[in-house]
Ligand binder design. Structure first.
Ligand code: NAP
Length: 309
Protein backbone atom coordinates (compact mmCIF):
# COMPACT_ATOMS: atom_id res chain seq x y z
CA UNK A 1 0.00 0.00 0.00
CA UNK A 2 1.30 3.47 -0.86
CA UNK A 3 2.64 5.30 2.17
CA UNK A 4 0.47 8.23 3.19
CA UNK A 5 2.13 11.57 2.61
CA UNK A 6 2.95 13.80 5.57
CA UNK A 7 0.87 16.97 5.68
CA UNK A 8 2.47 20.34 6.32
CA UNK A 9 0.50 23.53 6.80
CA UNK A 10 1.94 26.94 5.96
CA UNK A 11 0.74 30.32 4.70
CA UNK A 12 2.71 30.40 1.48
CA UNK A 13 4.63 27.87 -0.60
CA UNK A 14 7.23 29.22 -3.00
CA UNK A 15 8.22 26.75 -5.70
CA UNK A 16 11.79 27.50 -6.76
CA UNK A 17 14.71 28.85 -4.73
CA UNK A 18 16.26 31.10 -7.35
CA UNK A 19 16.47 34.87 -7.12
CA UNK A 20 12.73 35.41 -7.64
CA UNK A 21 11.76 32.77 -5.08
CA UNK A 22 14.25 33.87 -2.42
CA UNK A 23 13.25 37.52 -2.82
CA UNK A 24 9.58 36.54 -2.51
CA UNK A 25 10.39 34.69 0.72
CA UNK A 26 12.10 37.77 2.19
CA UNK A 27 9.08 39.94 1.44
CA UNK A 28 6.61 37.36 2.75
CA UNK A 29 8.33 36.71 6.09
CA UNK A 30 8.88 40.43 6.63
CA UNK A 31 5.10 40.83 6.12
CA UNK A 32 4.55 38.32 8.93
CA UNK A 33 3.68 35.24 6.82
CA UNK A 34 5.13 31.74 7.00
CA UNK A 35 7.00 31.01 3.77
CA UNK A 36 8.19 27.56 2.69
CA UNK A 37 10.54 27.43 -0.30
CA UNK A 38 10.71 24.13 -2.21
CA UNK A 39 13.75 23.69 -4.44
CA UNK A 40 14.60 20.58 -6.46
CA UNK A 41 18.30 21.33 -7.05
CA UNK A 42 20.32 24.13 -5.46
CA UNK A 43 19.45 27.58 -4.17
CA UNK A 44 20.19 30.54 -6.40
CA UNK A 45 19.08 29.10 -9.74
CA UNK A 46 20.93 29.94 -12.94
CA UNK A 47 22.86 32.91 -11.54
CA UNK A 48 25.17 30.66 -9.49
CA UNK A 49 26.91 29.81 -12.79
CA UNK A 50 27.80 33.43 -13.54
CA UNK A 51 31.38 34.19 -12.47
CA UNK A 52 30.99 37.96 -12.25
CA UNK A 53 27.78 40.01 -12.04
CA UNK A 54 28.30 43.61 -13.12
CA UNK A 55 24.73 44.77 -13.62
CA UNK A 56 22.96 44.37 -10.29
CA UNK A 57 22.42 47.76 -8.65
CA UNK A 58 24.70 48.34 -5.70
CA UNK A 59 27.25 45.65 -6.59
CA UNK A 60 30.03 46.64 -8.98
CA UNK A 61 31.28 43.05 -9.02
CA UNK A 62 30.02 39.96 -7.26
CA UNK A 63 30.05 36.29 -8.24
CA UNK A 64 26.69 34.63 -8.85
CA UNK A 65 27.43 32.11 -6.12
CA UNK A 66 28.21 34.79 -3.52
CA UNK A 67 25.16 36.78 -4.53
CA UNK A 68 22.86 33.75 -4.26
CA UNK A 69 24.40 32.64 -0.96
CA UNK A 70 23.91 36.10 0.55
CA UNK A 71 20.29 36.15 -0.56
CA UNK A 72 19.63 32.61 0.69
CA UNK A 73 21.14 33.42 4.11
CA UNK A 74 19.12 36.64 4.29
CA UNK A 75 15.87 34.73 3.65
CA UNK A 76 16.72 32.02 6.21
CA UNK A 77 17.82 34.55 8.85
CA UNK A 78 14.53 36.37 8.43
CA UNK A 79 12.61 33.14 9.06
CA UNK A 80 11.89 31.54 5.69
CA UNK A 81 11.91 27.73 5.59
CA UNK A 82 13.77 25.96 2.77
CA UNK A 83 13.47 22.34 1.71
CA UNK A 84 15.16 20.39 -1.08
CA UNK A 85 12.06 18.82 -2.59
CA UNK A 86 10.66 18.80 -6.12
CA UNK A 87 7.09 20.07 -6.39
CA UNK A 88 5.22 17.52 -8.47
CA UNK A 89 1.98 19.45 -8.86
CA UNK A 90 -0.60 21.78 -7.33
CA UNK A 91 -4.29 21.22 -6.74
CA UNK A 92 -6.98 23.47 -5.34
CA UNK A 93 -9.54 22.33 -2.78
CA UNK A 94 -11.83 25.27 -2.11
CA UNK A 95 -9.72 28.06 -0.69
CA UNK A 96 -6.81 25.73 -0.02
CA UNK A 97 -3.89 25.23 -2.41
CA UNK A 98 -2.08 21.93 -2.03
CA UNK A 99 1.46 21.42 -3.31
CA UNK A 100 2.54 17.83 -3.64
CA UNK A 101 6.08 16.48 -3.41
CA UNK A 102 7.19 12.84 -3.29
CA UNK A 103 6.94 12.67 0.51
CA UNK A 104 4.71 15.51 1.57
CA UNK A 105 1.62 17.56 0.88
CA UNK A 106 1.92 21.25 1.66
CA UNK A 107 -1.45 22.80 2.49
CA UNK A 108 -1.33 26.55 2.10
CA UNK A 109 -3.32 29.65 1.27
CA UNK A 110 -1.15 30.85 -1.61
CA UNK A 111 1.56 29.61 -3.93
CA UNK A 112 4.24 31.47 -5.88
CA UNK A 113 5.62 29.62 -8.88
CA UNK A 114 9.22 30.75 -9.34
CA UNK A 115 10.49 27.76 -11.29
CA UNK A 116 12.92 29.64 -13.53
CA UNK A 117 14.05 27.88 -16.67
CA UNK A 118 16.33 24.99 -17.58
CA UNK A 119 19.09 24.79 -20.18
CA UNK A 120 17.92 24.24 -23.75
CA UNK A 121 19.46 21.18 -25.40
CA UNK A 122 20.72 21.00 -28.97
CA UNK A 123 18.49 18.05 -29.70
CA UNK A 124 21.08 16.14 -31.74
CA UNK A 125 22.14 12.50 -31.61
CA UNK A 126 24.19 11.33 -28.60
CA UNK A 127 23.77 14.62 -26.70
CA UNK A 128 22.47 12.95 -23.53
CA UNK A 129 24.99 10.09 -23.78
CA UNK A 130 27.94 12.52 -23.99
CA UNK A 131 26.68 14.96 -21.36
CA UNK A 132 29.34 14.90 -18.65
CA UNK A 133 31.71 13.24 -21.12
CA UNK A 134 32.66 16.40 -22.97
CA UNK A 135 29.26 17.99 -23.44
CA UNK A 136 28.44 20.55 -20.75
CA UNK A 137 25.87 23.28 -20.11
CA UNK A 138 27.92 25.19 -17.54
CA UNK A 139 31.35 26.62 -18.30
CA UNK A 140 32.02 27.87 -14.79
CA UNK A 141 31.12 24.46 -13.32
CA UNK A 142 33.05 22.28 -15.77
CA UNK A 143 35.56 24.55 -17.52
CA UNK A 144 38.46 23.59 -15.27
CA UNK A 145 38.25 19.97 -16.53
CA UNK A 146 39.40 21.28 -19.93
CA UNK A 147 42.44 23.31 -18.86
CA UNK A 148 44.93 23.70 -21.72
CA UNK A 149 42.66 21.85 -24.19
CA UNK A 150 40.63 22.95 -27.20
CA UNK A 151 36.91 23.49 -26.61
CA UNK A 152 33.86 24.93 -28.38
CA UNK A 153 31.00 27.09 -27.14
CA UNK A 154 27.70 27.06 -29.01
CA UNK A 155 25.36 30.07 -28.78
CA UNK A 156 25.17 33.77 -29.48
CA UNK A 157 23.67 35.22 -26.31
CA UNK A 158 25.32 36.74 -23.24
CA UNK A 159 25.83 33.34 -21.66
CA UNK A 160 27.77 32.03 -24.67
CA UNK A 161 29.89 35.20 -24.78
CA UNK A 162 30.63 34.97 -21.05
CA UNK A 163 31.44 31.27 -21.34
CA UNK A 164 33.81 31.87 -24.28
CA UNK A 165 35.61 34.67 -22.39
CA UNK A 166 35.96 32.52 -19.28
CA UNK A 167 37.19 29.47 -21.20
CA UNK A 168 39.65 31.53 -23.27
CA UNK A 169 41.50 32.23 -20.01
CA UNK A 170 42.00 28.56 -19.14
CA UNK A 171 41.81 26.61 -22.40
CA UNK A 172 44.20 26.45 -25.32
CA UNK A 173 41.64 27.41 -27.96
CA UNK A 174 37.94 28.29 -27.99
CA UNK A 175 35.69 27.98 -31.05
CA UNK A 176 32.57 30.14 -30.70
CA UNK A 177 29.90 28.57 -32.86
CA UNK A 178 26.77 30.62 -33.60
CA UNK A 179 23.95 30.04 -36.04
CA UNK A 180 23.93 33.65 -37.33
CA UNK A 181 26.57 36.29 -38.00
CA UNK A 182 24.99 38.79 -35.57
CA UNK A 183 25.12 38.16 -31.84
CA UNK A 184 22.19 38.45 -29.47
CA UNK A 185 24.57 39.22 -26.59
CA UNK A 186 26.23 42.57 -25.85
CA UNK A 187 28.40 43.97 -28.65
CA UNK A 188 31.04 45.15 -26.17
CA UNK A 189 31.61 41.53 -25.11
CA UNK A 190 31.71 40.34 -28.72
CA UNK A 191 34.39 42.93 -29.38
CA UNK A 192 36.47 41.77 -26.39
CA UNK A 193 36.34 38.22 -27.76
CA UNK A 194 37.43 39.39 -31.22
CA UNK A 195 40.60 40.73 -29.59
CA UNK A 196 41.53 37.35 -28.11
CA UNK A 197 44.06 35.41 -30.17
CA UNK A 198 42.80 32.01 -29.01
CA UNK A 199 39.11 32.57 -29.86
CA UNK A 200 37.85 31.65 -33.34
CA UNK A 201 34.33 32.61 -34.46
CA UNK A 202 32.51 29.94 -36.45
CA UNK A 203 29.45 31.81 -37.71
CA UNK A 204 26.28 30.93 -39.61
CA UNK A 205 26.91 27.42 -38.37
CA UNK A 206 25.21 24.71 -36.35
CA UNK A 207 26.67 21.77 -34.47
CA UNK A 208 25.38 18.80 -36.47
CA UNK A 209 27.29 15.85 -35.02
CA UNK A 210 29.01 14.86 -31.79
CA UNK A 211 32.04 12.67 -32.42
CA UNK A 212 33.90 10.37 -30.01
CA UNK A 213 33.65 6.86 -28.60
CA UNK A 214 33.40 7.12 -24.80
CA UNK A 215 33.94 10.85 -24.66
CA UNK A 216 33.75 13.79 -27.01
CA UNK A 217 36.76 14.24 -29.28
CA UNK A 218 35.32 16.46 -32.03
CA UNK A 219 32.19 18.20 -33.26
CA UNK A 220 30.95 18.50 -36.81
CA UNK A 221 29.65 21.97 -37.72
CA UNK A 222 27.65 22.73 -40.82
CA UNK A 223 27.61 26.17 -42.41
CA UNK A 224 23.95 27.08 -42.95
CA UNK A 225 24.67 29.25 -45.98
CA UNK A 226 27.08 27.03 -47.91
CA UNK A 227 26.26 23.57 -46.51
CA UNK A 228 29.98 23.08 -45.94
CA UNK A 229 30.85 20.68 -43.11
CA UNK A 230 33.88 21.07 -40.88
CA UNK A 231 35.21 18.89 -38.06
CA UNK A 232 36.60 20.72 -35.05
CA UNK A 233 38.78 18.64 -32.72
CA UNK A 234 37.62 19.58 -29.24
CA UNK A 235 37.54 17.87 -25.87
CA UNK A 236 34.60 19.94 -24.68
CA UNK A 237 31.43 21.47 -26.10
CA UNK A 238 29.69 24.06 -23.95
CA UNK A 239 26.08 24.42 -25.04
CA UNK A 240 24.77 27.91 -24.24
CA UNK A 241 21.72 28.27 -26.45
CA UNK A 242 19.29 29.69 -23.93
CA UNK A 243 16.78 28.32 -21.51
CA UNK A 244 13.35 26.78 -21.57
CA UNK A 245 10.72 26.84 -18.85
CA UNK A 246 9.55 23.64 -17.15
CA UNK A 247 5.97 24.26 -16.01
CA UNK A 248 3.95 21.38 -17.45
CA UNK A 249 3.36 19.95 -13.97
CA UNK A 250 1.31 23.03 -13.06
CA UNK A 251 -0.67 23.36 -16.30
CA UNK A 252 -3.89 22.29 -14.54
CA UNK A 253 -3.90 25.48 -12.46
CA UNK A 254 -2.18 28.09 -14.67
CA UNK A 255 -2.26 28.96 -18.36
CA UNK A 256 0.95 28.32 -20.28
CA UNK A 257 2.01 30.32 -23.34
CA UNK A 258 2.99 28.22 -26.39
CA UNK A 259 6.68 28.32 -25.35
CA UNK A 260 5.72 27.00 -21.90
CA UNK A 261 6.03 30.21 -19.86
CA UNK A 262 3.31 30.89 -17.26
CA UNK A 263 0.83 33.49 -18.48
CA UNK A 264 0.98 36.47 -16.11
CA UNK A 265 1.42 40.20 -16.38
CA UNK A 266 3.41 42.64 -14.27
CA UNK A 267 1.09 41.93 -11.31
CA UNK A 268 2.42 38.33 -11.29
CA UNK A 269 -1.13 36.93 -10.89
CA UNK A 270 -2.13 33.75 -12.72
CA UNK A 271 -5.66 32.76 -13.72
CA UNK A 272 -6.12 30.93 -10.38
CA UNK A 273 -6.71 33.10 -7.31
CA UNK A 274 -3.96 32.46 -4.79
CA UNK A 275 -1.45 31.23 -7.35
CA UNK A 276 1.16 33.78 -8.38
CA UNK A 277 4.30 33.53 -10.48
CA UNK A 278 7.65 35.33 -10.46
CA UNK A 279 10.85 35.51 -12.46
CA UNK A 280 12.05 33.81 -15.63
CA UNK A 281 9.23 31.23 -15.65
CA UNK A 282 6.54 33.79 -16.52
CA UNK A 283 5.77 35.52 -19.80
CA UNK A 284 7.89 38.70 -19.92
CA UNK A 285 10.23 40.56 -22.22
CA UNK A 286 13.27 41.11 -19.99
CA UNK A 287 14.74 38.21 -18.01
CA UNK A 288 17.43 39.65 -15.75
CA UNK A 289 18.46 39.41 -12.10
CA UNK A 290 16.81 42.74 -11.39
CA UNK A 291 13.50 41.72 -12.97
CA UNK A 292 13.54 38.37 -11.16
CA UNK A 293 14.04 40.15 -7.82
CA UNK A 294 11.36 42.72 -8.71
CA UNK A 295 8.89 39.95 -9.57
CA UNK A 296 9.64 38.21 -6.27
CA UNK A 297 8.65 41.35 -4.36
CA UNK A 298 5.52 41.98 -6.45
CA UNK A 299 4.32 38.36 -6.24
CA UNK A 300 4.97 38.12 -2.49
CA UNK A 301 3.14 41.34 -1.67
CA UNK A 302 0.20 40.23 -3.84
CA UNK A 303 0.20 36.82 -2.16
CA UNK A 304 0.30 38.40 1.33
CA UNK A 305 -2.63 40.65 0.41
CA UNK A 306 -4.53 37.62 -0.89
CA UNK A 307 -3.82 35.62 2.28
CA UNK A 308 -5.04 38.53 4.40
CA UNK A 309 -4.44 39.21 8.08
P1 NAP B 1 19.64 33.89 -25.11
O1 NAP B 1 19.90 35.33 -24.89
O2 NAP B 1 18.23 33.41 -25.31
O3 NAP B 1 20.54 33.42 -26.33
C1 NAP B 1 20.45 32.13 -26.82
C2 NAP B 1 21.37 32.05 -28.02
O4 NAP B 1 21.37 30.70 -28.48
C3 NAP B 1 20.92 32.93 -29.19
O5 NAP B 1 22.04 33.50 -29.78
C4 NAP B 1 20.24 31.94 -30.13
O6 NAP B 1 20.43 32.25 -31.47
C5 NAP B 1 20.97 30.65 -29.84
N1 NAP B 1 20.10 29.49 -30.03
C6 NAP B 1 18.86 29.27 -29.52
N2 NAP B 1 18.40 28.06 -29.87
C7 NAP B 1 19.38 27.50 -30.62
C8 NAP B 1 19.51 26.24 -31.26
N3 NAP B 1 18.55 25.32 -31.20
N4 NAP B 1 20.65 26.00 -31.94
C9 NAP B 1 21.65 26.93 -32.01
N5 NAP B 1 21.58 28.12 -31.41
C10 NAP B 1 20.47 28.41 -30.72
O7 NAP B 1 20.17 32.97 -23.87
P2 NAP B 1 21.33 33.25 -22.82
O8 NAP B 1 22.57 33.70 -23.48
O9 NAP B 1 21.40 32.05 -21.96
O10 NAP B 1 20.78 34.46 -21.94
C11 NAP B 1 19.50 34.36 -21.29
C12 NAP B 1 19.18 35.70 -20.63
O11 NAP B 1 20.08 35.92 -19.55
C13 NAP B 1 19.36 36.88 -21.59
O12 NAP B 1 18.39 37.85 -21.29
C14 NAP B 1 20.73 37.39 -21.27
O13 NAP B 1 20.94 38.75 -21.59
C15 NAP B 1 20.78 37.16 -19.78
N6 NAP B 1 22.17 37.03 -19.32
C16 NAP B 1 22.72 38.13 -18.80
C17 NAP B 1 24.03 38.08 -18.36
C18 NAP B 1 24.62 39.31 -17.77
O14 NAP B 1 23.99 40.34 -17.85
N7 NAP B 1 25.79 39.22 -17.17
C19 NAP B 1 24.76 36.91 -18.47
C20 NAP B 1 24.19 35.80 -19.04
C21 NAP B 1 22.86 35.87 -19.47
P3 NAP B 1 19.69 33.51 -32.17
O15 NAP B 1 20.39 34.71 -31.65
O16 NAP B 1 19.89 33.24 -33.61
O17 NAP B 1 18.25 33.40 -31.74
Amino acid sequence: MAEEKKQVTTDLVIIGGGIAGLTAAIYAVRAGKQAMILEAKAYGGQIVNTPDIENYPGFAHISGFDFATGLYQQAIDLGAKFRYERALGIRSEGEERIVETRKREYHCKAVILATGAKNRMLGIDREEELTGKGVSYCATCDGSFFKGQDVAVNGGGNTALEDAAYLAEICNKVYLIHRRDQFRGDEADVEKLRQKANVEFVLNSNVTKLIGEDKLTAVEVTNKLTGEKRELSVAGLFVAIGQEPDNQAFANEVDLAPAGYIEAGEDCATKTPGIFTAGDCRTKTVRQLTTAAADGAVAALAACKYIGA
